[in-house]
Design a binder for this molecule. Structure first.
Ligand SMILES: [Zn+2]
Ligand SMILES: [Zn+2]
Length: 121
């Protein structure tokens, strides 16, 4: 039986050799990333739920104007409903008090900010 050839760890820049895809150290790391992926799945399933779609519609009915722009004295029609505390950070998904109506541009600048904050961890 030929031995399985050792290959370099699939993590870029890692000099360790392994029989699998990653060395022991990086396998742990990719498992963690997998967990994060699972969490994304949970968030996705919330956004796809009927409960969320109804809540979202209700919120836009109550606050049809971007709350962020409104604070700056601009009246812009809101198209999205955003979680003030993101679900991924433990924010309540179905709590009206954790929701804000946003326009497309405010929403994308907010998620860009969140993205960079999360990227540092
Ligand atoms: Zn490695
Ligand atoms: Zn806005």
């Amino acid at each position: 039986m030929p031995r399985k050839p050792l290959r370099p760890c699939g993590y870029s820049g890692c000099p360790n050799l392994t029989e699998g895809t990653y060395c022991a150290e990086h396998k742990k790391l990719t498992d963690k990333q997998y967990n994060r992926f699972q969490r994304d799945k949970v968030v996705e399933s919330i956004y796809n739920s009927r409960e969320w779609k109804e809540l979202r519609r209700k919120k836009l009915g109550i606050n049809p104007i971007c709350e962020c722009c409104f604070e700056k004295g601009r009246i812009i029609k809101a198209t999205m409903v955003d979680h003030i505390v993101p679900i991924k950070q433990g924010g309540a998904a179905f709590d009206m008090n954790n929701l804000q109506s946003l326009c497309q541009s405010c929403h994308s600048s907010k998620s860009a900010k969140e993205g960079s904050r999360w990227g540092k961890r």
